[in-house]
Structure formats: structure tokens, C-alpha cells
Ligand binder design. Structure first.
Ligand code: MF3
Ligand code: CO
Ligand code: CO
Length: 246
């Protein structure tokens, strides 16, 4: 799991180094395929329940599961989440970040920043004996304090020999409720925040999830290993991913 997490984190960083205005989301998909192969890994998302790409690229009002295409160009002012899941020697690592492209308006910047801090707040709750509700409650409280919505229809998940495993990890909830974490469990935490009301729609492609009101959404994700005293972030970056290029 540690090795798989490092692969996914490295491939996400590889994308971050190349992302800039003018590239297409198909370029991102190609970078992920190339970099994953170079690391002797496999993109877990490719073919998953028929998903047609190696990576999810979710731009502006796309909340998650955006499909890369050659027609979609990333432009200055955009925010875009890139979600990389890698299988290495039978185990999966899952991580995503939302990147700012060039000058992004202040409200969208605040959204991205709050989403990053919500992920950190969720991770800070993780330790053996804590409950899933503690994670959701921490994220929900911070998002609410910052004036953003939290997406309820999608959550984190257990991860290991499969990309998606039990339990479901909600990004809302009540402290002291839900499954008790035990050392050795691996889960993802991947809050999605919205500027507007967090109601969603599914596009006709059967994958792309968008905000119903068209307002921007941001997401960050890590895979974490529960330990007695806290957790290990298996998809940690050496340097934070906060690129802003024109
Ligand atoms: N990486 C996504 C997650 O965090 C999974 C997307 S499933 C896909 O759970 F099929 F859309 F790729
Ligand atoms: Co995930
Ligand atoms: Co993911």
C-alpha cells in the first residue's frame, strides 16, 4: 500500500508539473498513462465499470468523474481536479488535487483552499478508536464555517487490493457515530466542496457529475493508513501541490 500510494502521488505530481493553460484534458490522460507505465503500474480507473480513461479530470462545475477529451482545453481562470488511482503489485493508491490555472477569481481560490483544509481536518481525526463520524463532522464543520457546501452523494472509501472497498467514508456526519477505525485499515478521504448548494446532476455520458447550479466545485484526496496514534498519509507529496500557471 505504501508503494502504491507513492506511485499515485508521483503521477499526480507529474501532471501538476505539466499542467498549464492551453493543454487539453486528453493530454492529462496521456501523461497519466505514460507516467503510470513508466512506474510499472496500471491506472486503476481505466475500464473500471467501463470508465473510458486513465484519470478523472473535473474542471470548474464538474464535481467528479470528468472524462478527459481532446476537445476540452484547460484555460486561465479554471480550477481543475485531477484524480489519479494507481495499481502497483496488486494494491491501489488513490489521490487527487485541484489545480489553479493562471489568475483564478478570489471566491474559487477560497473554495480550493477551504477544500484542502477540509481534507487536512478529516485526516487529523484519523487514529485507531476514532469513528468515521468524527471525520465527516470535522469536514462538515469547517466547510460550513467557511460558507461552502459539502457534497453528500459521493464519499471516500476503503482501499486495498481493490480501488473501492468498504467502508463508505462520508464527508458529513456526527462525532462519535459510525464505524470505529482500527490500526491497519486503509481508507480515502476526498471531500468535494461547492460554492453554491451541493445538489448534483449526472451528465448523459453516465459519468460526469456536475453541480446542478453550475457553480464551481473543488476536491482533494489522500489515501491514509490508520495507526494506533494517528495515520500515515500514503499518497503524501514532498512539496505541496499548489500550482498556478497561466
Ligand atoms: N478515483 C475515484 C475515487 O476517488 C474513482 C473514480 S471511479 C472512475 O474514488 F471510474 F470514475 F474512475
Ligand atoms: Co477515492
Ligand atoms: Co480518487
Amino acid at each position: 500500500m505504501r508503494a502504491a500510494g507513492r506511485v499515485a502521488a508521483a503521477t499526480l505530481a507529474h501532471v501538476g508539473e505539466r499542467l498549464r493553460g492551453g493543454v487539453t484534458t486528453a493530454d492529462i490522460d496521456r501523461w497519466v498513462r505514460e507516467d503510470t507505465a513508466r512506474r510499472s503500474a496500471r491506472p486503476s480507473q481505466l475500464g473500471y465499470k467501463g470508465f473510458p480513461a486513465a484519470v478523472c479530470t473535473s474542471r470548474n462545475h464538474v464535481v467528479c468523474h470528468g472524462i478527459p477529451t481532446a476537445r476540452e482545453r484547460v484555460e486561465p481562470g479554471d480550477i481543475i481536479n485531477v484524480d489519479v488511482t494507481s495499481e502497483f503489485q496488486g494494491f491501489h493508491g488513490d489521490t487527487s488535487a485541484t489545480f489553479l490555472i493562471g489568475p483564478v477569481d478570489a471566491r474559487a481560490r477560497a473554495l480550493v483552499d477551504a477544500t484542502r483544509r477540509c481534507l487536512a481536518a478529516g485526516i487529523a481525526e484519523v487514529r485507531a478508536g476514532a469513528r468515521l463520524g468524527d471525520i465527516g463532522a470535522a469536514i462538515e464543520a469547517l466547510a460550513r464555517a467557511e460558507g461552502f457546501g459539502v457534497v453528500r452523494d459521493f464519499g471516500g472509501h476503503g482501499i486495498g487490493r481493490r480501488m473501492h472497498m468498504p467502508p463508505h467514508v462520508s464527508h458529513t456526519g456526527a462525532r462519535g457515530r459510525g464505524l470505529r477505525l482500527r490500526a491497519g485499515m486503509a481508507i480515502t478521504i476526498e471531500p468535494m466542496l461547492t460554492i453554491g448548494w451541493p445538489a448534483l446532476e449526472l451528465l448523459a455520458d453516465g459519468w460526469t457529475v456536475v453541480t446542478a447550479d453550475g457553480s464551481p466545485s473543488a476536491q482533494f484526496e489522500h489515501t491514509v493508513l490508520v495507526t494506533e496514534t494517528g495515520c500515515e498519509i500514503l499518497t503524501a507529496q514532498d512539496a505541496p501541490l499548489t500550482l498556478a500557471r497561466p
